[in-house]
Ligand binder design. Structure first.
Ligand SMILES: Nc1ncnc2c1ncn2[C@@H]1O[C@H](COP(=O)(O)OP(=O)(O)OP(=O)(O)O)[C@@H](O)[C@H]1O
Length: 828
């Protein structure tokens, strides 16, 4: 019989923070330094300078463990970091890093910890012959904000790439499959030789870069290898030796050392800020992207990983300030929570099979009502669902009306545009309009019928805005001095910008998604960044490996495995809002991720024939997961699959959206509408989820140099940039119309534009939405664009119309819905 896939839970835990005090070194002793710090027990370190003046700083600091100078690294490893490091063999990502001022003992500590941990990992592997393991090694350093591969003599900086599934990825980093202990030692020596080291007055061999050594461990049960239902555990452990903070005056650095010191301090400052913000509970924007170090470390700092930080200290009085800084960092770090999961990778076949089984089960249950005992419950549920369906049907009718109204307005508007074009060129146009684009690229036929597509869906403001801008892209008379046209197309633009969906877009989008499937290797997984197949390898070098430690028991058995590729994943979307039906639908959207792999069969196999079936199905899935969760860990599962409310996620997601808008050159009008409409109500979660997925997809396509489809248009990074440029030009035309002279002056002032500067309107619109990190600017940009497009007059109805493709009538009315499937991708 086939194994049932467990739905493991995520485990939230605080970062483990250890403090290691080194003894005074020879130089410090020679300089008659006093040791001002003392570990008074296993968890507390005390500042003992009796001469110190009254200070605001505390004298005692407590952590998970503190270690005195004479304490060996082995002990720091054994009772602190070992358990975390060994999580990797159970499919849980983990990181151990050393933080502290220069010469405080980071490299000393991390080199020992790395070797002990790898020895134990080897040991575990040899004790578990029933599983086939593969261990890969990679090492990079971040030197002066450039990333270098420590396993390659080629000094070319490596690039960071944002991968929608894997997060931030270092491109083209060498990945060595570890053979044995000697191989590991060889690689470690290579890293040591390659790493940037320099002499400062505080440390003869001061590390001038942040070093990250990564081991990626994969394992599969031999019994199931090459079988359809094989699953793989895959996780990485990072050993991170940070460069040390330093004062230029103390390190006596100059020239190259000084420059290095500046880079080191800057990136550590960003790390400190990130940790400080995370310690306060992840509200607001967390600036992970401000340095390469924090981008790479993002998962260890609050993401899907277990993390230990070893803060190293010098006891010397002369270093008291830096020591205090380190302790403050450590105090914040101990408040940071991470949420590690078991990372399970399923083969495509196994995944498909499981989903088909699940689908069949749900259908059977719906067709044959449950046992008499639960009939009553069932009837209640059905009644409830019926009521919900009726309510939604009403909403659909209402939305249809709004859509039809928008459609007729759009048609009027298009007629007006054609008329306008015809009168300009002197040639009458009926129905079709050939649209010349600014870049001189191939013109496009603008067909009213196509534009009014609206059979089932509605477009996002983005698509409509673009349609309008395109239809006017021959208007280059944007200079402030040029006379304005007597008609004001912007009026229509403002009204129409809210409308309608191109149904074809969904189809094309879907097709693209299908095209996205990556090449698979024999284990059914994608190739890694180097194009190497990620394959199982058995381990055959028992005799060469030192260390005999026993693996920790029961590590993470109650974790939630979340996919990076085809992992078992239940929908990421928040299900908690009142629009639960919509949420349910979204869980069936098409995506190329693991989530998609789950969803596709539902749609493609046509197992869902009515909304009731569908809703029940999803509900059942959620319930099933809830059961597993209860069995394993009292109810956390609910949160994992999003049954709770948005839980403060809103701010984080909104920040992500702001950033993605900028990256993907999303229409300013779209941004404004979205920003002003969705302020974090419970019911907004679905829209936010939809927007995020759409943007992530678009960004992903762009970053691969591919096209994305948006409302039926093929977009590339370049074309989206151009569209945005055209939109800015259009908006610049409205500045004079919408704002009085006084208002304009005020706005120019706000955006730092000289009142008498040339083309100031264009300057202004170029400033709008130009800095997603500056929330004041975001708010003001939204305000200005809203006024330009008269958003305020459009009312709340817009919210419901905003890209609302998840209530396709044909689906809800029970028709077997082709268009439903087509409309789904806009959810992602
Ligand atoms: N706990 C310790 N016990 C004994 N010696 C130590 C200890 N920690 C560090 N040292 C010694 O102190 C010196 C500096 O240590 P190390 O190079 O590890 O510091 P670091 O924090 O990595 O410095 P940098 O940031 O400049 O690279 C080394 O000679 C090391 O052997």
């Amino acid at each position: 019989m086939e194994k049932t896939q467990q739905v493991p839970l995520a485990r939230e835990e605080k970062i483990l923070v250890l403090v290691r005090l080194r003894p005074l070194n020879e130089k410090e002793i020679a300089a008659n330094e006093t040791a001002d710090w003392e570990c008074i027990n296993d968890t507390t370190i005390l500042y003992r300078n009796t001469l110190r003046e009254g200070s605001n700083f505390p004298s005692a600091y407590s952590f998970d463990r503190v270690y005195r100078g004479e304490c060996p690294t082995r002990q720091v490893y054994e009772d602190g970091t070992k358990e975390i490091a060994l999580s990797v063999v159970k499919g849980i990502n983990c990181s151990i890093f050393a933080y502290g001022q220069t010469s405080s003992g980071k490299t000393y500590t991390m080199s020992g910890i790395t070797e002990f941990a790898v020895a134990d990992i080897f040991d575990y592997i040899f004790q578990h012959e029933e599983r086939a393991f593969s261990v890969k090694f990679s090492a990079i350093e971040i030197y002066n904000e450039a990333i270098r591969d420590l396993l390659s003599s080629d000094g070319t900086p490596l690039r960071l790439r944002d991968d929608p599934e894997k997060g931030t990825v270092v491109e083209k980093a060498t990945l060595e499959t570890l053979r044995d202990w000697n191989h590991l030692k060889e690689l470690l020596s290579l890293c040591e030789a390659q790493r940037k080291i320099g002499e400062t007055s505080l440390n003869e061999r001061s590390s001038r870069s942040h070093q990250i050594i990564r081991l990626t461990v994969e394992s599969s049960a031999r019994e199931f290898l090459d079988k359809e239902n094989s699953t793989t555990l895959m996780a990485s452990v990072n050993f991170i030796d940070l460069a040390g903070s330093e004062r230029a005056s103390q390190a006596m650095s100059a020239g190259a050392r000084l420059k290095e010191g500046c880079h080191i301090n800057r990136s550590l400052l960003t790390l400190g800020t990130v940790i400080r913000k995370l310690s306060k509970g992840r509200q607001g924007h967390i600036n992970f992207r401000d340095s390469k170090l924090t981008r790479i470390l993002q998962p260890c700092l609050g993401g899907n990983a277990r993390t230990a930080i070893i803060c190293t200290l010098s006891p010397a009085r002369s270093h008291v300030e830096l020591t205090r800084n380190t302790l403050l960092f450590a105090c914040c770090a101990k408040e940071v929570t991470t949420k590690a999961r078991i990372n399970v990778v399923m083969s495509d076949k196994a995944l498909l099979k499981q989903l088909q089984r699940e689908l069949a089960r749900l259908e059977t249950e719906l067709r044959n009502p449950a046992s008499p005992a639960s009939n009553c419950d069932c009837a209640m549920t059905v009644r409830k669902k019926d009521l919900q369906i009726q309510k939604m049907e009403k909403q659909i009718t209402e939305l249809r009306k709004q859509r039809d109204l928008a459609q007729s307005r759009l048609e009027d508007f298009m007629r007006m545009v054609e008329h306008d074009e015809a009168s300009k060129s002197g040639t009458p146009h009926f129905g079709n309009h050939t649209d010349k684009c600014e870049d001189g690229s191939a013109s496009e036929t603008f067909d009213l019928d196509k534009r009014s597509f609206i059979s089932d869906g509605m477009s996002t403001p983005l698509s409509s805005a673009r349609a309008y801008v395109r239809s006017h892209c021959d208007e280059d008379d944007l200079d402030e001095e040029l006379p304005r046209r007597s008609e004001d197309p912007s009026e229509e633009y403002c009204r129409e910008v809210q409308c309608i969906e191109v149904e074809e877009s969904a189809t094309a989008y879907n097709n693209h998604k299908e095209d996205r499937a990556e090449p698979k290797n024999v284990l059914g997984r994608s190739e890694d960044a180097n194009g190497q197949n990620v394959r199982m390898r058995s381990w055959n070098h028992r005799e060469t490996v030192p260390g005999t430690s026993t693996p920790p028991e029961n590590l993470g058995t109650d974790f939630l495995g979340r996919p990076e590729s085809h992992k078992i994943v239940f929908p990421d979307l928040d299900f908690g809002s009142s629009v639960s039906r919509n949420d349910s639908m979204s869980s069936c959207g098409s995506d190329s991720t693991g989530a998609q792999s789950i969803r596709t069969p539902l749609g493609e196999e046509g197992g869902i024939t009515s909304i009731r079936t569908f809703v029940e199905g999803l509900k059942e899935m959620a319930k099933r997961q809830g059961e597993v969760s209860n069995a394993e860990d009292s109810g956390k599962m609910g949160r994992e699959i999003g049954l709770d409310s948005m839980d403060g996620e809103f701010e984080r997601q909104r920040q992500e959206i702001l950033e993605l808008w900028q990256t993907c050159n999303v229409s300013l009008v779209h941004r404004t509408y979205f920003y002003l409409l969705f302020k974090g109500d419970e019911a907004d979660s679905i829209y936010i989820g939809v927007e995020l997925r759409r943007l992530v997809f678009m960004k992903d396509r762009f970053s691969q140099g591919n096209q994305a489809l948006e409302a039926g248009e093929t977009l590339t990074l370049a074309s989206s940039r151009k569209a945005l440029h055209r939109e800015r030009k259009m908006l610049s035309k409205l500045v004079g119309k919408r704002f009085s002279g006084e208002e304009r002056r005020r706005i120019y002032h706000k955006f730092g534009i000289a009142i008498n500067s040339k083309r100031r309107r264009l300057q202004l619109v170029n400033e709008l939405w130009s800095n997603h990190k500056d929330m004041t600017q975001v708010v003001e940009s939204a305000d200005v664009v809203a006024k330009l497009v008269r958003f305020a007059e459009q009312g709340r109805a817009m919210k419901e119309m905003f890209g609302l493709t998840f209530t396709p009538p044909s689906f809800l009315t029970g028709r077997r819905s082709h268009s439903w499937r087509k409309s789904m991708p806009t959810l992602f």
